[in-house]
Unconditional design. Structure first.
Length: 221
């Protein structure tokens, strides 16, 4: 018997690779403000909310802005980002993601999206997978950013599944911390060297299967 009753997926970096679009839009903003940042710095923005990302970038550029100025800059970045995601197609779903979520549903496991992004619904619709998630919790529905567990606890609540029977799939350290703070199992998507909080690390959802999910369920006390 599988003790896992729900799988909760982060979006950016787990289901789709929108990180590259976030990076291009933030880089353009930084460049227009007169500085640049590296792809390595960009890693620190993964899983981080829009405003918190802007704060980090301004810090890297040594700039201080008022709240009103930051609102303008974040909106400008989002306009460029929205232009890019408007062109996304189903081919941009990461390898194995669609198949794994479908296999969860087929075996009676509930599915939820748990993302910091306020653009989640648009992205899911553009890549044609909105129907794969029983529940979508995103940046529009939560007030506390990851590593706060709010996004995942809300997902479990809306699915009517206990937190201990949920497993979260995350590519960001802050996201894995949020899963652990929620009392959930956590699968890291990426490298075991960086994703040390995870109960299991795989390079992508194409490396997940029902056997690994059942084995994970055995960790539930
Ligand atoms: C997260 C991304 O999923 O969403 C972050 O990893 C991003 O890079 C955050 O900043 C917020 O996204 P959005 O679409 O609301 O600006
Ligand atoms: Mg992510």
């Amino acid at each position: 018997m599988n003790l896992i009753q729900a799988c909760i997926f982060d979006l950016d970096g787990v289901i789709v690779d929108t990180a590259v679009y976030h990076y291009q839009a933030w880089k353009r903003l930084a460049n227009e403000l007169g500085f640049d940042f590296t792809e390595e710095d960009n890693e620190k923005l993964k899983g981080v909310s829009r405003m918190a990302s802007l704060d980090l970038i301004l810090q890297w550029g040594g700039l201080t802005k008022t709240h009103a100025e930051k609102e303008v800059l974040a909106t400008l970045k989002n306009t460029w980002y929205v232009d890019m995601i408007a062109k996304m197609t189903p081919a941009e779903v990461l390898p194995g993601a669609r198949e794994f979520v479908e296999s969860c549903k087929a075996s009676g496991i509930k599915t939820a999206l748990g993302s910091a992004s306020k653009n989640s619904e648009t992205i899911l619709a553009k890549v044609g997978i909105s129907h794969l998630f029983d529940v979508v919790i995103d940046g529009n529905k939560v007030s506390k950013p990851k590593p706060d567990p709010e996004v995942f606890l809300k997902g479990a609540e809306e699915l009517h599944i206990a937190a201990r029977n949920c497993v979260v799939f995350e590519d960001a350290i802050a996201g894995l911390e949020a899963a652990k703070n929620a009392g959930m199992l956590a699968v890291g998507i990426g490298s075991p060297k960086t994703l040390i909080q995870a109960d299991l690390v795989v390079s992508g959802l194409d490396q997940m299967d029902s056997k690994k999910l059942i084995d994970l369920g055995l960790l539930i006390q």
